[in-house]
Design a protein around this ligand. Structure first.
Ligand SMILES: *Cc1c(COP(=O)(O)O)cnc(C)c1O
Length: 382
């Protein structure tokens, strides 16, 4: 990665000058914090005492018996406080906000999962929390709005545009430019202008730091493949990070077939950075509709765009219907209800396991738990 956060042609920072200034300060502060042992210690302490890390690497015995071939292990991000990997990043960024003297934190949210993680971190550190959410999304996700309010956040309805995630990001960026002296923008995935993708990767890398240690401990060797679902790409880049320099480990990102940015996107600039993006005929980011709300994003992190180009990582698609199959199957045969997002990765893991040999190992990142999706699946089945 270069100075300005480029991964090959992807990434960078394509924003107005006043915002650029704010991002440069942020990048400098992040670089300093990263090298400060007291910052790293505080981050690790929070992950341990508040998030509940390290979480287990669970051998999925029944799934392996059914599909193996390869042994399937699950990295249990679903067991984190608040139920997904998003809290790792929220904690990391809130500590940076505190260090920078901000007392007001803003964030965007689509389905509400990142809003809940941010509101949780703010509650813990006594920070003022403002969540921008599209009007349309607020209606669909009323319970998550209430959840954020319970945690002390103020949820601001964004009426502009279609009232969805993209419009919420625009509103949050506008707020940041106006109030940057008191305000920290806590971005939710490995997307956006530099330094966000680099920063989010840094905080999510704990996933593969742990899984690598755990698999060496259990099996005495590295996995054949690491599989993770990609929305904006944060859990996947965290799950891949410590294996990127291990050429024998296959890295496989699973996209929703309904929003395949990496498989079908073209290079374009959205939200201030360049990545593979799904565009409509007029060249605007295309609205996407995945069964899993956390995967509804027309772009993808710049490093994934780059890793696809170099061939270091592979990207495949799984449909909502297939994910739903795995959602039910993992619940029934392993006693673990996965998030619908994570179920995409599980589905591909079962498919790959049957093609591999008995001495192969697959690690699937179980990015979150499915409690949040039970109601939706219930309504679909009714
Ligand atoms: C938000 C979310 C995702 C997708 O986001 P990434 O940034 O791609 O990780 C995946 N799984 C769960 C459980 C989520 O909440």
């Amino acid at each position: 990665m270069s100075e300005k956060g480029f991964y090959g042609e992807f990434g960078g920072s394509y924003v107005p000058e006043d915002l650029q200034h704010v991002l440069e300060i942020l990048a400098e502060e992040f670089e300093k914090a990263k090298k400060d042992p007291s910052f790293i210690k505080e981050f690790n302490d929070c992950l341990k005492d508040f998030v509940g890390r390290e979480n287990p690497l669970t051998f999925a015995d029944n799934l392996t018996k059914k599909y193996g071939g390869a042994k399937i292990y699950l990295k249990r991000e679903d067991l984190n406080h608040t139920g997904a990997h998003k809290i790792n990043n929220a904690i990391g960024q809130i500590l940076l906000a505190k260090r920078m003297g901000a007392h007001r934190v803003i964030a965007e949210t689509g389905a509400g999962q990142h809003g809940v993680a941010t509101a949780t971190a703010c509650a813990m550190f006594g920070m003022e929390c403002i969540i921008y959410m599209g009007k349309h999304d607020m209606q669909r996700q009323a319970l998550n709005v209430f959840r954020m309010e319970l945690l002390g956040a103020k949820v601001v309805s964004v009426d502009a545009g279609q009232g969805r995630l993209k419009d919420a990001v625009d509103a949050a960026l506008g707020d940041l430019v106006e109030n940057y002296q008191s305000t920290f923008y806590l971005l939710g995935s490995a997307v956006g202008p530099h330094p966000f993708p680099t920063m989010v990767k840094f905080f999510q890398s704990v996933i593969s730091e742990e899984s690598k240690r755990q698999i060496l401990d259990k099996e005495g060797k590295l996995p054949t493949a690491v599989i993770a679902v990609t929305g904006g790409g944060s859990n996947a880049i965290g799950a891949f990070a410590n294996y990127i320099q291990e050429p024998d480990v296959r890295l496989i990102g699973v996209e929703p077939a309904e929003a395949p940015s990496l498989t079908e996107g073209i290079p374009a600039i959205i939200h201030g950075f360049k990545c593979l993006t799904l565009l409509d005929e007029e060249g605007n980011p295309k609205p996407t509709y995945s069964i899993a709300a956390g995967l509804d994003y027309p772009g993808i992190g710049p490093e994934h765009s780059y890793l696809k180009g170099t061939g270091r990582a592979e990207y495949v698609t799984v449909s909502g219907e297939e994910a739903l199959e795995s959602f039910k199957e993992l619940s029934k045969i392993e006693g673990i209800i996965p998030a619908l997002e994570s179920a995409h990765a599980i589905f591909y893991a079962t498919k790959l396991a049957s093609e591999l040999k008995k001495d192969d190992i697959i690690i699937v990142n179980l990015s979150g738990r499915g409690d949040k999706d039970v109601q939706q699946v219930y309504e679909m089945e009714k």
